[in-house]
Design a protein around this ligand. Structure first.
Ligand code: ATP
Length: 615
């Protein structure tokens, strides 16, 4: 396999430097905070109040140590010193106990916040995705962005929540310790910084190394995940075996795993070297700090009790700064994925259609297309070019033509799923480009060429398009099943309409291609909409089922507009009008008799099929 052909899809931020990522951190923090707030305003306030309280109590605890030491180090008999120190000891213990309670409370609130944040982030992602314009789903860049946001972004949003709380908690602790230290003696503040900064620098340097590695390897990781998905996926399992593709896939995954492993070793070693240097510098700085403290003690600048408290304050500040640096470094790494998530939300929202107030009327009398052209994103040639046509309500029209001639695309344009780049599609007087989206889809039933196999029960597979429909005795459900011949499939299922149609779950049933198609047709019939589009509804069906479906389409045509796409030309003979497509254009139109008389492309294709049967 070629080494780098897939590296063409390096994510945008792969070229971003550390500074740019640092600049993006406030945006990530804002996003995480907004998710945290949405997940639970009460819990968020609780966490931050308790974290602040814990920092204040810790600072007070540090200051109370001086009082204890002063009493203990005073002159006089031991028993007297102990008695005098007792109130300060009680105060110190009370403060420490109260702090532990605050820490416990904050941890409890945080524990329930994190899963809720993940839930909210997931809901936001899927809400935005399902309302994105369909055309976005034809753009590989959009898929890439969605995969990054879904597979890693959500996970890291959850983790970044913890980091955000840690960051705030350790910053407050640091402030508290620094405040306590400077209250003890103003000279302690620079000493504290001197002793703590080297370890903070070491941690940030390690984060930078890790961040660079994550950036450079993000495409390799995505490639590995996509291969891992293929290796474990039910859909690809038969083909992997039948085409003996195991070695190719395993080999490619292994090659990437080796690259990742080598990189991880390199990063680990670089971090180790950095840590060694940092600890050496840090140790020297701490030594110098204690030397300065000794000098201050000896020269009488600082009493012994204050020096003791200062040592504890410096230790606390060091540990808070260390945790702050770790939280920040993790945020650097996790922020990258949070940005992926946030970028995707922004992009998906920008690809949603604008909201229009005008609704499609229920009683429109025709669908008219005027010079409609549609080109898929990234494609040079239009899939539908300069198409004009009118479909009168109550008619059944057929779109026919060779593979790739643009039938399915035109059907989706007629349905308003794709908006025309040029020209207009009107249902009655309403131009779909200016219509409220849901008012279009409420009046549409679309039997897809490759229908979705919903992992629900057989009944839900039929009613999913109109769950709100009142059908207490199941009359509509049974009628749709009967007309599509799905009833024959249901009769063979163990639990009838209650049978789960998914082999990936316990007690689930799997269906053949033709059986799935019967459910898809039943779904379209059950939806009972003003516009019915059937895109090759019977391509996998046996002849008997196909005949029943075509008859039903004809029977149901009263009061609705029906578009039928099929390669079985015997099924289009009885339609009201046939449109023959070639390279995105309508090149012939008329009734079956008219087109046969014209002896054009339709005649040629029809005769080919008819002769094949005759012979
Ligand atoms: N999602 C897509 N993104 C990019 N190009 C597409 C997409 N779907 C279809 N095309 C291209 O648009 C053209 C028309 O495809 P369309 O599916 O509309 O043809 P069709 O007439 O329905 O074909 P068939 O009879 O095989 O179903 C083809 O060249 C196809 O490759």
């Amino acid at each position: 396999m070629a080494d780098t052909y897939w590296l063409l899809s390096v994510p945008d931020h792969a070229d971003a430097g550390l500074r740019e990522v640092l600049r993006g951190i406030p945006a990530s923090l804002r996003l995480v905070f907004s998710l945290v707030w949405q997940a639970g305003p009460g819990q968020t306030v609780c966490v931050f109040v308790l974290e602040s309280l814990s920092a204040i109590l810790a600072a007070c605890g540090l200051l109370s140590v001086t009082a204890v030491l002063t009493a203990l180090l005073a002159t006089g008999p031991d028993a007297d010193r102990l008695t005098r120190a007792l109130p300060a000891i009680v105060l110190m213990v009370t403060l420490l106990a109260a702090r532990q309670l605050a820490v416990f409370g904050a941890a409890r609130a945080q524990a329930s916040l994190r899963p809720t944040v993940k839930k909210v982030a997931e809901a936001r992602l899927y809400e935005v995705s399902v309302h994105t314009d369909l055309a976005a789903f034809d753009d590989p860049g959009f898929h890439d962005a969605m995969a990054r946001a879904r597979d890693r972004g959500i996970l890291y949003v959850g983790m970044a929540t913890d980091r955000l709380i840690e960051l705030v908690g350790s910053a407050l602790m640091l402030l508290g310790a620094a405040g306590a230290a400077s209250t003890l003696h103003p000279a302690l503040l620079p000493l504290l910084l001197l002793s703590a900064l080297p370890s903070a620098w070491t941690t940030l340097r390690a984060a930078r190394i890790m961040h660079d590695s994550v950036q450079r390897f993000s495409t390799v990781h995505r490639r590995m995940w996509s291969l891992a998905r293929l290796l474990a996926d039910r859909q690809s399992a038969p083909e992997i075996r039948a085409h003996t593709a195991q070695e190719t896939l395993l080999g490619e995954r292994q090659r990437l795993a080796d690259l990742v492993c080598q990189e991880d070793i390199r990063v680990g070693r670089a971090e180790g070297r950095g840590r060694l240097v940092g600890q050496a510098v840090s140790g020297t700085a701490v030594g110098m700090t204690y030397l300065v403290l000794c000098w201050m003690l000896r020269s009488g600048v600082m009493p012994l009790a204050v020096t003791g408290s200062a040592v504890i304050a410096i230790r606390s500040a060091q540990s808070a700064l260390g945790r702050l640096a770790v939280a920040l470094s993790k945020l650097l790494e996790q922020g990258l994925y949070v940005q992926d998530y946030s970028d995707f939300l922004r992009e998906a929202r920008s690809r949603q259609r604008p909201v229009h107030p005008q609704k499609v009327a229920d009683d429109f009398d025709r669908i008219s297309l005027d010079s409609v052209t549609f080109t898929y994103p990234g494609k040079e040639h239009p899939a539908v070019a300069d198409v004009s046509m009118t479909i009168i309500a109550g008619q059944v029209i057929a779109l026919v033509g060779e593979n790739g001639s643009g039938k399915s695309t035109l059907a989706k344009v007629i349905a308003g799923l794709y908006l025309a780049d040029r020209g207009s599609v009107c249902w009655g007087d309403t131009n779909l480009a200016q219509a409220e989206e849901s008012s279009i889809y409420q009046r549409l039933a679309f039997i897809m060429q490759a229908p979705t196999q919903w992992p629900f029960s057989a009944g839900v597979n039929i009613t999913i398009g109109r769950p709100e429909k009142e059908d207490p005795d199941g009359v509509a459900l049974h009628s749709a099943a009967l007309r599509s011949t799905a009833d024959e499939v249901v009769a063979r299922l163990g639990n009838g309409y209650e049978t789960l149609l998914s082999k990936e779950f316990h007690n689930g049933a799997d269906l053949s291609g033709g059986e799935w198609q019967r459910f898809s047709v039943a779904r379209g019939f059950y939806r009972d909409a003003r516009v019915l589009i059937c895109d090759e509804p019977s391509s996998a069906m046996d002849a008997k089922a196909e005949k029943r479906v075509f008859d039903t389409i004809r029977d149901l045509s009263q009061g609705r507009t029906t578009v039928l796409i099929t390669h079985r030309l015997s099924g289009v003979r009885r339609t009201d009008r046939i449109f023959f497509m070639h390279e995105g254009r309508i090149v012939e139109r008329g009734t079956h008799a008219e087109l046969m008389r014209a002896q054009g492309r339709y005649f040629e294709l029809y005769s080919l099929q008819a002769n094949a049967f005759a012979s």
